[in-house]
Structures are given as structure tokens and as C-alpha cells.
Design a protein around this ligand. Structure first.
Ligand code: IPE
Ligand code: IPE
Ligand code: MG
Length: 236
């Protein structure tokens, strides 16, 4: 079988908590294990030839969790973004963040800006990290941005189309070809609603810390077997 490589893969990294509790560990230990998995996985995914990788790291809704868990995650992100991306930077990958304009701790916002700045001219691929992100918020924020452009005279309302809309989202990315959500939950939890309009979906039962290179390769096999029609009819 000739494996097809999706251009844009998106992953809802779910199940860190369950992975930990099933081992008698704390939820924090689950998040730490998930962060280690992510580091290895990103390299593998770009090595496979995927051009754009999006991951859901923290949703706007995740602020509903206990202060202890939110604080742990924010500190983990700070540590990760400071140290973990060396190999990606060396591989010429551009790192971008999809997020609401504000709301994260200042220290984290600063590191995010730094990482974006350092990698902005990289051209081998894009790693899009969604943090303090909600899909509906992204669509509303984009609508506001377009309204402002119309009001200022920069944009003619009659010129707004899907392409213009897409270019004004948090990041201008190609459509998602393959969406993976680990942990067996079959829902999208307000993830990249616009970008997943025609994506193939795959819901493996493993929790994210166990989603290793082999598991990703299985996802590629499933993707290869899918018949993507985009509303048309494929000749067999
Ligand atoms: C995903 O794992 C990580 C984040 C949402 C930050 P969860 O923490 O949601 O793990 P479960 O779903 O409770 O197992
Ligand atoms: C989605 O997972 C968000 C992330 C993976 C960051 P959740 O665990 O927050 O989603 P629900 O609550 O099960 O829908
Ligand atoms: Mg969850």
C-alpha cells in the first residue's frame, strides 16, 4: 500500500488525565508525560513529510479546571516553549500560535512572541500550537477583524469570500486533511471548526501519552484507505 501523506494534520491531544489516574499518578504527571510524547511525535510527523501540524494544547474552556491544574499547565508550557523546540528550529520549522489576543500569563505570552519571532522565516513546515484557543471565538474574532477593515475602507464588503476569511483567521493555514483525537472521545470540542470543514477524522482509543510514532503510522494507514470526495464522485 502506498501511504498517502496528509498536508495538514491536527491533533486534539486528549486523555492525559485518564492516562495518569489509571496508573495511580496525579493529573500533572499525565500532562508531563503528554508533553514528552508531543516532543517525539512532532519530529516523527515532520520527518514523514507532513507540512503543517496543529495541536490543541489548551482550550478557552480549560480555564474551568482547578487553579492547581491550570497553573501546572501554564508552567509546563513555559518550560516546553523555552527548551523543547531546538530540533524543530534546526529543521527549519516555523512555529506559530493560534490563540486569543490575551488571557495567558504574561511570562508565557512573552515566550510565545519570542518563539514566533525566532522562527518566522523558517520554511520547511509549520507547527501551529493552539493555546487559549476556541474555534467559535476564532470565527467571531475574524469577523470583527474584517468589519474593522471594511469600516476603515481597507476592504470592500463585496470582496469578502472564503479565501479572504481564511487569510484573516488567527493563522493563515491550509485546510486540515486529517484530524486525530486520542482517548476515544468522538467530538471536536470547539477545535478548528473552519479549518476542519472537509477533514478526515480518526479517533484512536489510546490516551495521548501513549500516542507514539507507531500509533501515528496507523493513523496514516487509516487516512490512506479513506475515499475523499469533497462532494464529487471518485471514479474507481
Ligand atoms: C488533555 O488531557 C490535555 C488538556 C486538555 C490540557 P485531559 O486533561 O483532558 O485528560 P482527560 O480527558 O481528563 O483524561
Ligand atoms: C479538548 O479536550 C482540549 C484539549 C485537548 C486541549 P478536553 O478534555 O478539554 O475536552 P472535553 O471537555 O472532553 O470536551
Ligand atoms: Mg479531556
Amino acid at each position: 500500500m502506498n501511504i498517502k501523506i496528509p498536508n495538514h494534520v491536527a491533533i486534539i491531544m486528549d486523555g492525559n488525565g485518564r492516562w495518569a489516574t489509571s496508573r495511580g499518578l496525579s493529573r500533572s504527571e499525565g500532562h508531563l508525560a503528554g508533553s514528552k510524547t508531543l516532543q517525539k511525535l512532532t519530529e516523527h510527523i515532520f520527518n514523514k513529510g507532513v507540512k503543517v501540524l496543529s495541536v490543541f494544547a489548551f482550550s478557552t474552556e480549560n480555564f474551568k479546571r482547578s487553579k492547581e491544574e491550570v497553573d501546572y499547565l501554564m508552567n509546563l508550557f513555559i518550560k516546553m516553549f523555552k527548551t523543547n523546540f531546538k530540533t524543530l528550529k534546526n529543521k527549519n520549522i516555523k512555529i506559530v500560535f493560534s490563540k486569543k489576543e490575551s488571557g495567558l500569563p504574561e511570562k508565557l505570552e512573552k515566550i510565545i512572541k519570542q518563539v514566533e519571532e525566532e522562527t518566522k522565516n523558517n520554511t520547511a513546515g509549520i507547527f501551529n500550537i493552539c493555546i487559549n484557543y476556541g474555534g467559535q471565538d476564532e470565527i467571531v474574532d475574524t469577523t470583527k477583524k474584517l468589519c474593522e477593515k471594511v469600516l476603515s475602507g481597507e476592504l470592500d464588503v463585496n470582496n469578502i469570500d472564503n479565501n479572504i476569511f481564511e487569510q484573516n483567521l488567527y493563522q493563515d493555514l491550509p485546510p486540515i486533511d486529517l484530524l486525530i483525537r486520542t482517548s476515544g472521545e468522538e467530538r471536536v470540542s470547539n477545535y478548528m471548526l473552519w479549518q476542519m470543514a472537509y477533514s478526515e477524522m480518526y479517533f484512536p482509543s489510546v490516551h495521548f501519552p501513549d500516542f507514539d510514532s507507531n500509533e501515528f503510522d496507523k493513523a496514516l494507514e487509516v487516512y490512506t484507505s479513506r475515499d475523499r470526495r469533497f462532494g464529487g464522485i471518485n471514479k474507481k
